[in-house]
Each structure stands twice: as C-alpha cells, then as structure tokens.
Write a protein that binds this ligand. Structure first.
Ligand code: ZN
Ligand code: ZN
Length: 337
C-alpha cells in the first residue's frame, strides 16, 4: 500500500545528499537537505514548500540557487529551517545578486528562514521579492520541543548531532495511517474521489466520527460509518528518518537511534568503508558498518545508505555489503544496545 509520502534520494549515493519527500495527494513536497537538486524537475521543485537543511556544508546547501531561480516569479512562500547560521546563510546568498528589477509589482514570493538549535528557534528572517529580499524580522513559531513543523497530518522532528559543527537529523511522522479498503467502498456503492481524500485527511487530523462528507450527490457519510464499515483502516502513521554527516560517537548514535526508531524508511549516511574508520572519525562521519548497525539498533523496516565518499567510486558494492552486513547483525560497527 502506498504511503503518505514517497521519499527518495535526490541523487545517486556518490553525489550530493538529499531526500525528496513527495506528499501524496497533497501537491506538496519537502526536501531534507539542499545540495545539488538539478536531478529534480522544475515541477517537483515548485511543489517544495518546506526545506530542512542539516548543516551548511556546501554539498547540503548549494542547491539554494536553483530553488530560488525557479520560485522567483511564483506567488508562494518557501520555508527553510536549519541549524544556527541558516538565516544568515540565506541572507548572504540573496545578497549575492542585484535585485533592482524587483519591487511592489513583483510576484509575491517570500522565503521564511529559521535557525533551530535543539532547544527551539533562535533566529527568524523573512525575505520578500517585493521588498528586494531585504531581511525582516518575524516572530518565531511556537512549537513543542523537538518539532520543526507541526501540520494537521504530520510533524517534522529534528535532533542535533555532532559533525564537528551542529548537524540536524530529521524525522517525518505521519500522525495516523489511513488506508482505503477498495472492496468495501465498492460494496457500499461508493466511488473514490476528492471526498475520500478529504475524509482521510480529516481522520489524520483527528476529526470526530460524526464528521460528514458528501460521498455521492445527495449522499453524506460520517467518518464513524466509514470506519465501522471497514472502508477506512486506521493504523500508526508512516515514519521517514534522515541522518547524515555525523561522527559515530555514543551521544550521536543514541540521538540518531531515537530519531529513527521504528522508521518505515531510514536514509542514513554510509560515508566510508570500515577499513577507513580512522578517516571517518577524523572527518566526523560514519562508516557503512556504523550506519548499518545504527539502522539495526533503531529497528527500521527499510534502510537506504547514501553519501558515499567519492574515493569508493569503483567499490560501491563493498560499501553496500559492509552496510548490509551490519544491518543484518554481522560485521563490524558501533555495537547495538
Ligand atoms: Zn558535512
Ligand atoms: Zn556532507
């Protein structure tokens, strides 16, 4: 059964890291990290409303320009969240161009940039095209601890990891999984349509059983009836986690394992071969064995390793084998607890 979001790596694992999360039925997408995004179509880029940047190393932020270029004449707001320094980074990127052709007549495109440090938001800036992208202060969102985005159907959580500099790991949590039992729908003489999408959305957002939808002309159905009849199945929501660029320290592994716990899909950096552990440590990265052991410890359903060091271009199979061995409980890696 298709999930709430379809998540995939933006690039092959030797190129810039990043995950594109396409929210089904929502005409909305999310990016975890903003490196090279040339592989995404303009249509996909224009669905992105929220970007979460792990840290400001170039391979995680250099795609800002493509995002900006495609959005410049659109009437929309883009939200970018990252570690401390993100707002300043966005400001500096925007300051690199001449904006004399922008003014009150321009499309109302804006960027809301937010710094988050693990305890909460620490800086917020809004940059409007109509304002020639001058930085303006704006209030911080008031969200529970660990939450970067709080939507009716899902949340995005984060943890601060250590990569020599703070690096954020992310988790998207669907509140509830709502599936449609097509045979039951047929039995009731109902056809799928926008009403069903709205009904599913209402369940995820916590609306009560008395909430009604026009399922067919002149025929309304309540959420309670749809659930009792088995048309709508409700279960725990989908979880997608993303962890990259972190040292394999005990504190990092604990925090990353919490973030990824029970994830349906876990994207995890597997930068180095276990033989090059010393190099991985020096660069504040994990080995493929560390990553596999982490995925195993977190009890994820499916793990996708990425961000392989270019030094292994000819040895991709070895990196994958080291990862899979540790994920299966064999091989060398940070010991599971
Ligand atoms: Zn990095
Ligand atoms: Zn990186």
């Amino acid at each position: 059964m298709a999930g709430f979001v379809e998540a995939r790596l933006v690039n092959e694992p030797f190129s810039d890291p990043g995950v594109f999360l396409d929210v089904r039925f929502g005409r909305r997408a999310i990016l975890f990290d903003l490196g090279d995004v040339a592989a995404l179509s303009a249509r996909e880029i224009l669905r992105v409303g929220d970007v979460f940047v792990s840290h400001l190393h170039m391979d995680h932020f250099a795609g800002f320009d493509r995002l900006l270029r495609l959005n410049l004449y659109q009437e929309r707001c883009l939200r970018i969240v990252g570690p401390p320094g993100l707002v300043r980074g966005v400001e500096a990127k925007l300051a690199a161009y001449s904006w004399n052709l922008l003014g009150p007549h321009s499309a109302d495109f804006s960027i809301l940039a937010l710094d988050w440090d693990g305890a909460g938001f620490r800086a917020a800036g809004v940059f409007r095209a109509r304002d020639a992208f001058r930085r303006r202060d704006t209030p911080f969102p008031d969200l529970p601890p660990g939450i970067l985005l709080d939507e009716p159907e899902f949340t995005v959580e984060a943890a601060v990891l250590d990569h020599g500099i703070p690096c954020l790991g992310f988790g998207l949590q669907e509140r509830l999984r709502v599936n449609v039992h097509r045979a039951r729908l047929d039995e009731m003489g109902l056809a799928p349509g926008p009403w069903l999408t709205q009904a599913k959305r209402a369940v995820r957002a916590g609306f009560g059983p008395e909430t009604r939808f026009e399922a067919a002309p002149g025929r309304t159905m309540s959420l309670g009836v749809l659930r009792e009849a088995g048309v709508l199945h409700v279960g725990p929501g989908q979880r997608v986690a993303y962890v990259t660029d972190m040292a394999a320290s005990a504190a990092n592994l604990d925090a990353a394992a919490r973030l990824a716990a029970g994830a349906d899909l876990f994207f995890v950096e597997a930068g180095f071969l276990p033989d090059d552990e010393a190099l991985a440590r020096a660069k504040h990265h994990m080995t493929a064995a560390d990553a596999g052991a982490l995925a195993r410890r977190a009890g994820v359903r499916r793990a996708i390793p990425f961000h392989f060091s270019a030094r292994y271009l000819e040895r991709e199979a070895d990196v994958r084998a080291a990862f899979e061995a540790a994920f299966a409980g064999h091989g060398k890696g940070a010991a599971p607890k």
